[in-house]
Design a binder for this molecule. Structure first.
Ligand SMILES: [Zn+2]
Length: 86
């Protein structure tokens, strides 16, 4: 019985890890890093990755996505108002 609970728990943790990883991946973040967060923190990890902003921002000039934190557009060189701006 304990073995069954253990296996079930691990399966749920892996599933939550995959969900976290997929959400992170969609947000231009590391799948594997967030898989581990979901695995170890369960629903809390999924909630965290669900509320964090995308690791990318859209250029108002050319519309391409640049990595979050950059000050200029990686495609057209447009200077963003603030590196922390969403
Ligand atoms: Zn641009």
């Amino acid at each position: 019985m304990l073995d069954f609970v253990l296996v079930l728990t691990i399966m749920i943790e892996v599933a939550l890890g995959v969900i976290s990883g997929l959400i992170a991946w969609a947000k231009h973040r590391s799948f594997f890093a967030w898989f581990l967060v979901g695995f170890f923190f369960s629903l809390l990890g999924v909630l965290i990755v669900a509320v964090i902003p995308k690791n990318a921002k859209k250029c108002p000039k050319c519309g391409e996505l640049s990595t979050y934190g950059t000050t200029t557009c990686e495609f057209c060189g447009y200077v963003f108002y603030s590196p922390t701006e969403d």
